[in-house]
Write a protein that binds this ligand. Sequence first.
Ligand code: ZN
Length: 152
Amino acid sequence: MSDTLQLERSTIAFGNAGPQTRIAADLRAAGLRPTRQRVALASILFGSGHRHIAAEGLHEEAVAADVPVSLATIYNTLHQFTDAGLLRQVAVEGARTYFDTNVSDHHHFFVEGENRLIDVESPIDIDNIPAPPPGMEVTSVEVIVRLRRKPA
Ligand SMILES: [Zn+2]
């Protein structure tokens, strides 16, 4: 499969050239070379408003959108985007990390059993943060409020 064919396919999958050009510019502004793969993944990630997505979920969407990419590349790209400030990591449980396209400071609801994160829109009062160990300072406090559906 030629590069040209692949490029045409992803252009078709993600609409006209306008958003692609803008995404390439955004990647460049974040210090990342806008490779075809990064632009394609960024289109999926940032193309439909703020969202929380795990690497596996992004991989599934990439495959569905005809973007040929391995899960390892997805992980690398997500971490590169995070390091560049385009994404924020939200660790919910040991094995599962979500990537958040909303990089502002905010807290989350986590819906147990549905593996779904929802932004908390209102501020949360946090009193009595313990003093950090000597030589350390607090950089941020992230609250995850865990939810489950009420029994019917
Ligand atoms: Zn969020």
